[in-house]
Design a protein around this ligand. Structure first.
Ligand code: IMP
Length: 421
């Protein structure tokens, strides 16, 4: 298989982890290229459930895993995750995990600031994961972040930390929060320094290692949460689209041969922001319960709604997606009618895309196409021909409406509950 990118095409939680795990055996390496431990990937294999936030999902099948330079890395979260996996027999060392040494560190100041800023926004909050993702990316762009490579030299560490503390104290003072000291942050770094450095490698060395390997790129979050193209400002702070691979994976422009988008058979989102096909009713609740739509990272209820063609088409276009994997088809099994939003009416006007103007968001009326439900179980089906005819019709209609080929279908959370089309 050629180098492949796996990208979520909705607001995250499309089931990318399962798809990465399913495909990983075809590849030599799995690379994360953006985001941090705001991501939550659940993987089920042979009766075991693994929950990952920061480690690439290929770690479960002992592939070479790389955390690329575009990731913001919380060392506390990383070592908790490694500890939890080690307890269930997954060995992690610098033989199967490499981290780009120019990764930005998420420290306690970032987690605190994320929380303080959300509290200060009140009703207008983004609904972040409080993992410090936004503040860490801001510090990276503001040229005051502490990078993993800084930890190699005590003098550089001291200078970077002083700079960071100076800036964060300006914000903390204006937010009436307790000020921090350089010493506190240095103490925070002390116990993790050696442990972290054993995994660290310069990006160009990682590039040399990856260049002749078959690589699977694992996206986190989804296209609609992209900081440039998503439903701004209700987005994450990184670029979640395939283009980010060229800047965050240690590999360059020609390294991606195929982009596989992941879409759920309906839509969910966590946090605030527009969601035209949201169902604040018993069907939304049904999808939440049936699809177990509770955040892997924060445990929050996910908002649920119908599949939205307009949004998916935007995401396919912007990420140059060539095929899609459709997940959680089985969640729809019991429904008598299934709807799909194919466009919107806003103040009398017809739209086939989501306008960026926030003042229009509350006025959106989705235009729905209805499908008869198949009302029989698709759980665990592994061949397309065994799907109920009405389920096949739903899938082929999504293909036509989105103008994309569905090449994988997930019919349950386990690795083997998958149809290759
Ligand atoms: P942040 O990434 O923690 O700053 O959160 C910004 C927005 O992205 C919030 O609405 C989060 O709920 C959402 N978000 C971040 N990561 C994920 C994810 O992995 N799945 C779904 N939503 C996410």
């Amino acid at each position: 298989m050629t180098n492949t990118a796996i990208i979520g095409l909705q607001w995250g939680d499309e089931g990318k982890g399962k798809i990465v795990d399913f495909l990983a055996h075809n590849f030599d390496a799995v690379v994360r290229f953006q985001g941090g431990n705001n991501a939550g990937h659940t993987i089920k294999v042979a009766g075991n459930t693994y929950k990952l936030s920061l480690l690439p999902s290929g770690i479960i099948s002992n592939k070479l895993c790389v955390i690329g330079s575009g990731v913001v890395l919380d060392p506390v979260a990383l070592f908790n995750e490694i500890y939890n996996l080690t307890k269930v027999g997954i060995e992690i060392s610098n033989k199967n995990l490499l981290i780009a040494s120019n990764c930005t560190l998420i420290l306690s100041v970032h987690r605190t600031l994320d929380q303080l800023l959300e509290e200060q926004k009140g009703q207008n909050k983004i609904g972040t994961t409080h993992r410090g993702i936004g503040p860490a990316y801001e510090d990276r762009a503001g040229r005051r972040a502490v990078l993993i490579s800084d930890l190699f030299c005590p003098q550089t560490t001291l200078e970077r930390v002083k700079n960071l503390v100076f800036y964060h104290n300006l914000l903390r003072a204006s937010l009436k929060a307790k000020l921090i000291t350089t010493e506190e942050i240095l103490q925070e770094l002390q116990p993790i320094k050696e442990k972290l450095l054993q995994f660290a490698k310069p990006s160009f060395e990682i590039a040399q290692i990856l260049v002749n390997k078959k690589v699977l790129f694992e996206g986190a979050q989804g296209a609609l949460l992209d900081v440039s193209y998503g439903t701004y400002p209700f987005v994450t702070s990184s670029n979640t689209m395939a283009g980010q691979i060229t800047l965050g994976s240690c590999l360059g422009l020609n390294s991606v041969n195929k982009t596989l988008g992941v879409i759920k058979a309906y839509t969910t989102r966590v946090g605030s922001g527009p969601f035209p096909s949201e169902l604040n009713n018993e069907i939304g609740e049904f999808l939440r319960q049936e699809g177990f739509e509770f955040g892997t990272v924060t445990g929050r209820n996910r908002r649920c709604g119908w599949f939205d063609v307009a949004l998916i088409k935007q995401a396919i276009q912007l990420s140059a997606v060539s095929e899609v994997a459709l997940t959680k088809l089985d969640v729809l099994d019991k429904l008598a009618t299934i709807k799909v939003a194919v466009g919107y009416k806003i103040a009398g006007e017809h739209y086939n895309y989501l306008p960026q103007n926030p003042n229009l968001w509350s006025k959106i009326e989705p235009i729905y196409q209805e499908f008869e439900g198949w009302q029989q179980s698709t759980k665990g089906i592994t061949t397309f021909s065994n799907l109920p005819p009405k389920a096949k019709h739903y899938i082929s209609s999504l293909e036509k409406l989105c103008n994309i080929k569905v090449s994988l279908i997930s019919t349950g959370p386990n690795r083997n509950e998958t149809i290759i089309c």
